[in-house]
Design a protein around this ligand. Structure first.
Ligand code: NAG
Ligand code: NAG
Ligand code: NAG
Ligand code: NAG
Ligand code: NAG
Ligand code: NAG
Ligand code: NAG
Length: 762
């Protein structure tokens, strides 16, 4: 029985009882992250100074939807609601407005729009939808123009936009959607605009069209090449073809009423339409299914966005695309990023066709012979009637293009992505993906060599949860620009200074950051990279990367700054020792010198150690993080009792100390309660409860086994498994936790001491 250990001091007993009640009343903290899916290692909330963003906005302007980077990379053109802007992004910080030109829908069109029962408050405007660089002196742009799409050229003079002349505005059907909520895509290739969107007011007539050149070519509606709900998200040119990425109801499966599917369609750049058949229509239109799924799971069947990388459409190029699913998994939507090799896509288009059996309405593989030239290939001439007749019914490929899932994330809907590669210290290149979500976050993902991604960070871009409308990478500026309803955020690729120790810098596994032992800072990689810098992207092993060899040690100053936070405590008071959980990938535990944490009088709540200070409970308390099998102290406290000062630990001699005020609540001795923490309401409850049940409870407490009450408050020290309650499960590669004594030795040759939070690595 634990009773003798309690002592007979009534104040101790009372405070212990209160403490146990507190433990019962604390709401459980939930463990986050489950299964295999990657979790952002660090999360930044909107306005966090560690990840400072620069917001560009104009009071009278909304819907910063379309972003275009100038060829020299110094100007960002923005298509917003009824205006187009040129921003100078050369200098770090908030983009500077170069100039802005209005392009409102005409009053006549606005009136007609309102007359057709569209909202004059939210819909009957000119939402810019297409903004492309036409030639050295002109941009080309299209907008919804109050449900009456229109296009125009904009002249540029010294990167300044010249005003739009009313006479130069042309009709833009097929280039911009009517309704701003309808999807659209457009790309300018060889002076011609390839666009995919809805071609009517109702949004029931999708079209793929090539304009700004002759002849104008479109999809043929009567042939059902596209389903009525086709929704275009990207257009990507290659050497011979232009690929379109979209989503539509699948017609080739019989099992479901309405099954969505993602598609890639292609047309030849040299298509000129048919002479007798398919006049002014595509003669090379083919489409295939895109499959993004994990083995044995429902597919992610709705494509949201796609980009090509490397952008020069070399054989090594891949299309990276974000998908969501039509189905919810445990009540939430989920997303995936898949990679499709351009070679695989081309191979599927070289394969068999599907055809519709008109009697049974079933799609089957076409087994007949093919004409030469092959239908749908770029060598089909405008007069090869045989091939064109075949094309009318054989536009769907039999095989699907199977993608490699790089990242699957539950409870998140990605909207847009931007992709680049970064070289690490060893010269290996890593794929970096910036992913915008429907709730206004940006994920930075790094794909390692074996196709599994890890998330370096999550940044909440806007105070309110709203979708990221667009992302534009500006490589020379080292930043990503994110457009949303209220403005444009500039997000620097990385802020390496947030990683304050070598351990943290290496564990971050951000290819853009490396540890510079000379300046003892985590720094943005620059070219050429100094040899001494440390990084380990693939394994993230600080034990190896931060180890100070005989060479390194001689360069280090002998006595390094280390901090222990000193807390002076009053007996029978509750101390809260915070431990910032910077990394969501780490598991955290507490150690008390070489001893175990007193079980009856402590608990871990929301990362903090709550400690009921009684006799002999003083000494060294350390919060340890274990990540990738590597343990390091996050923060170290020296808890000293006011009444019985402890003799200093000789092992800790010479380590700088910093006196801190640990939030402290005194419950014994009749003194006033001094708590203003989040659990203060619980204390009030406890006090009221106490008044009601005090006498009976004391008898109960003395008579009953304490175990039941105590179960909740147990703190598992670092020496034992499982981990403390409410803590994240350890990583799969993690080794069993070692005793603090062993930590000290294992960490002693590691350069972890720059961690300002305090460490005692020698
Ligand atoms: C980077 O992080 C450091 C340390 O937290 C902070 O002081 C600095 O303001 C941050 N800079 C940016 C641009 O976010
Ligand atoms: C929209 O129309 C209503 C009347 O139909 C009018 O009162 C209101 O001012 C209009 N709003 C705008 C923004 O034009
Ligand atoms: C760019 O295109 C516009 C519109 O067709 C044309 O007026 C202008 O002369 C072109 N500029 C150059 C440099 O080709
Ligand atoms: C714009 O209109 C003017 C006059 O109508 C015409 O001279 C000029 O060529 C047009 N510019 C473009 C780029 O179409
Ligand atoms: C990935 O592996 C290949 C060979 O297996 C190697 O050539 C390449 O450098 C590796 N890349 C990285 C980033 O490690
Ligand atoms: C390779 O991928 C597997 C999961 O598919 C992962 O467990 C392993 O750590 C990865 N290896 C490296 C070196 O990243
Ligand atoms: C947990 O701690 C963090 C800061 O460490 C605080 O912002 C948050 O509100 C706490 N949560 C609860 C439920 O107390």
């Amino acid at each position: 029985m634990a009773l003798p250990a309690l002592g007979l001091d009534p104040w101790s007993l009372l405070s212990l009882f209160l403490f146990q009640l507190l433990l019962l009343l604390l709401p459980p903290t939930t463990a986050e992250g489950s299964g295999q899916e990657p979790v952002p290692r660090v999360r930044y909330y909107a306005g966090d100074g560690r990840r400072a963003l620069s917001l560009f906005q104009q009071k009278d302007l909304r819907d910063y939807d379309i972003l275009l980077l100038s060829n020299d990379g110094n100007t960002l053109f923005v298509g917003a609601r009824e205006a187009i802007l040129a921003l100078n992004i050369q200098d770090p910080g908030v983009p500077r407005l170069h100039n802005r030109i209005p392009w409102p829908a005409s009053d006549k069109k606005k009136m007609e729009c309102a007359f057709k029962r569209k909202s004059n408050e939210s819909q009957c405007f000119n939402f810019i939808r297409v903004l492309v660089s036409f030639n050295a002196t002109h941009l080309y742009t299209c907008g919804t123009f109050a449900f009456s799409p229109a296009c125009t050229f904009i002249e540029l003079k010294d990167s300044k936009l010249m005003p739009i002349l009313e006479d130069n505005i042309t009709e833009g059907k097929g280039q911009s959607p009517f309704n701003p909520v309808h999807k659209h895509t457009a790309v300018l290739v060889d002076g011609m605009l390839y666009s995919g969107t809805m071609n009517n007011f109702l949004g029931s007539d999708p079209i793929l069209i090539r304009t700004l050149g002759h002849p104008v070519l479109k999809t043929d509606n009567s042939l059902n090449w596209l389903q009525a709900d086709a929704s275009f998200v990207a257009a990507i040119p290659s050497t011979q073809f232009v690929y379109f990425f979209f989503e539509e109801t699948a017609s080739e499966f019989d099992f479901f009423d309405k099954l969505h599917t993602s598609r890639v369609a292609r047309v030849c750049k040299n298509d000129v339409g048919g002479e007798k058949l398919l006049q002014k229509k595509w003669t090379t239109f083919l489409k295939a299914q895109l499959l993004c799924a994990q083995p044995g799971q429902l597919p992610f069947n709705i494509i949201r966005h796609a980009v090509l990388w490397p952008a020069n459409s070399s054989p090594a190029s891949h299309v990276y695309a974000v998908f969501t699913s039509q189905w919810q998994i445990s009540g939430t939507k989920s997303s995936a990023v898949c990679a499709f090799s351009l070679t695989d896509i081309e191979r599927v288009f070289e394969g068999k066709y599907k055809e519709l059996n008109k009697e049974t309405s079933h799609w089957t593989t076409y087994m007949g012979s093919e004409t030469n030239p092959r239908p749908g290939s770029c060598s089909v001439g405008p007069s090869s009637d045989k091939a064109l007749t075949f094309m009318k019914d054989h536009f769907l490929m039999d095989e699907q293009v199977v993608g490699t899932p790089l990242l699957v994330k539950y409870g998140v809907e990605y909207t847009k992505l931007a992709v680049e590669t970064a070289q690490d210290l060893e010269g290996n290149s890593h794929l970096i993906m910036y992913l915008g979500t429907t709730t206004g976050s940006l994920h930075k993902a790094v794909v390692s060599n074996n196709s599994s991604a890890h998330l370096v960070e999550e940044i909440q871009l806007f105070p309110a949860p709203e979708p990221v409308r667009n992302l534009q990478l500006a490589p020379t500026q080292g930043a990503v620009f994110a457009g949303f309803s209220g403005g444009i955020q500039r997000v620097p690729r990385a802020n390496c200074s947030v990683y304050e120790s070598c351990v943290d810098c290496v564990l971050a596994r951000d290819p853009h950051c490396a540890w510079d032992p000379e300046s003892r800072t985590c720094r943005l990689l620059s070219i050429p990279v100094p040899k001494s810098w440390k990084q380990d992207i693939e394994r993230g092993n600080p034990g190896w990367a931060c180890a100070i060899g005989p060479m390194g040690r001689s360069n280090q100053p002998k006595s390094r700054p280390q901090i222990i936070k000193e807390v002076l405590a009053v007996p029978n008071s509750i101390l809260e020792l915070p431990c910032p959980h910077h990394s969501a990938l780490a598991s955290y535990c507490w150690s008390h010198g070489a001893a175990t944490i007193p079980e009856a009088s402590s608990t871990v709540y929301n990362g903090s150690l709550l400690l009921l200070l009684r006799d002999g409970a003083g000494g060294l308390y350390q919060c340890w993080a274990t990540e990738h099998g590597f343990s390091y102290p996050v923060v170290s406290y020296w808890v000293d009792s006011q009444d019985q000062p402890l003799s200093p630990d000789p092992e800790l001699a010479g380590i700088p100390r910093e006196r801190v005020e640990a939030p402290l609540t005194r419950v014994g001795g009749g003194a006033a309660l001094a708590a203003q923490r989040s659990y203060w309401p619980h204390f009030l409850t406890v006090t009221v409860l106490l008044a009601l049940v005090l006498s009976g409870a004391l008898i109960f407490l003395l008579a009953s086994p304490l175990g039941a009450l105590r179960a909740r408050g147990k703190v598992q020290g670092c020496g034992t498994l499982p981990l403390p309650p409410g803590e994240k499960a350890p990583l799969s590669r993690e080794q069993p936790l070692k005793l603090p004594k062993e930590h000290r030795t294992s960490a002693s040759n590691v350069d972890a001491d720059n961690n300002h939070l305090g460490t005692e690595v020698a």
